[in-house]
Design a protein around this ligand. Structure first.
Ligand code: A2P
Length: 321
């Protein structure tokens, strides 16, 4: 067992209450983007059930990941074996894929996700990327010729309609720069509740965090470990010497240092591990904290953008860091 990986299953995860729905959102959630996305459904379902059993209550999926179905099946089984009493105890997020990011396709896409999940409503529905793609194409990565600039007005109106119909309690975006958030805020009748972006000690998102704070948008961090083991991620976070030093001195794992650091910034953090020991370890971040000195060391780490699944990445981030 690695340092700090002993965990107890009975503890509570701090929550935020979303203004738009009054729903409690656990500040640590379980990511289900397991690469390759064609992972057998049984593997994902087993990991998700185990996660519910040890105390995770917030689950993040997306149409693209292929984990809506196993998540739905795991929820049904968790209720039937008595791990939870009802679906209302869970916070479930899914995301609109780029090829469905066209005004008239938003509602049917959410309805399809709900069917996959066998749920009546989502807690949160996000625009996955600020990019549209040719309708009907679900290839990942998206081919260069399939990219289409997004009609933000039409797509956001579709998202608002989903919330008005009660099919999702809240709506938001993912991978949106300050500039793109400002564009949406200029015409939104319902402002985005959440922006979900990559955030970790090597991509601290300082500018975006300040912008979101000023505008009442909560930030959720994906890939707090730098998406190690995926074609778009790198090992740079998990091999960082400063983080390694802090982890060793503190008797924690480097992953725990990253997750705790994100949590201490007031950001909601998603952790993904389908390995039972690491799944536990990633929950063990609530009964200790980083010292001023450690926070300063992390603050001084040189910054650069991480996750890069698209060749249009500079357009996605509008040159922002
Ligand atoms: P695994 O599922 O085998 O544990 P990120 O959250 O930055 O996208 O990183 C996810 C990757 O990090 C997954 O490949 C996951 O693999 C791995 N991972 C998750 N938790 C830990 C941990 N505590 N220690 C080391 N690797 C981890």
């Amino acid at each position: 067992m690695e340092n700090g990986s002993k965990a107890t299953s009975h503890f509570s995860i701090p929550e935020y209450v979303l203004k738009s729905s009054e729903k409690k959102m656990p500040r640590l959630g379980f990511g289900t983007a397991a690469f390759p996305f064609e992972l057998p459904s049984e593997v994902s379902k087993k990991a998700i059930l185990q996660a519910i059993e040890i105390g995770y209550r917030h689950f993040d999926t997306a149409f693209l990941y292929g984990t809506e179905q196993p998540l739905g099946e795991a929820i049904i089984e968790a209720i039937s074996v008595g791990l939870i009493e009802s679906r209302d105890e869970l916070f479930i997020t899914s995301k609109l894929w780029c090829s469905d990011a066209h005004g008239e396709l938003v509602l049917p896409a959410l309805q399809r996700s709900l069917q996959n999940l066998k749920l009546e409503y989502l807690d949160l529905y996000l625009i996955h990327w600020p990019l549209s793609a040719t309708p009907g194409t679900y290839e990942f990565p998206i081919k260069e010729e399939d990219f289409i600039p997004m009609d933000f007005n039409a797509v956001w109106a579709g998202m608002e309609e989903c919330q008005r119909l009660g099919l999702t309690k809240s709506i938001g975006v993912s991978n949106f720069s300050c500039k793109k958030l400002a564009d949406i805020l200029a015409f939104a009748k319902i402002p985005p509740a959440i922006n979900q972006v990559e955030m970790n000690p090597l991509w601290q998102q300082k500018k975006l965090r300040a912008f979101c704070n000023e505008n009442g948008i909560l930030l959720t961090a994906y890939s707090p470990l730098g998406a190690k083991g995926t074609p778009w991620g790198t090992n740079r976070v998990m091999e960082n010497e400063v983080l390694n030093q802090i982890a060793k001195a503190k008797g924690k794992t480097l992953a725990q240092i990253c997750i705790r650091w994100v949590y201490e910034q007031g950001v909601i953090v998603l952790v993904k591990s389908f390995n039972s020991e690491r799944m536990m370890q990633n929950l063990e971040i609530f009964n200790w904290s980083l010292s001023e000195e450690e926070l300063e060391m992390i603050n001084a780490i040189p910054q650069s953008r991480g996750c890069d699944p698209f060749t249009t990445i500079d357009e996605v981030w509008d040159g922002e860091l």
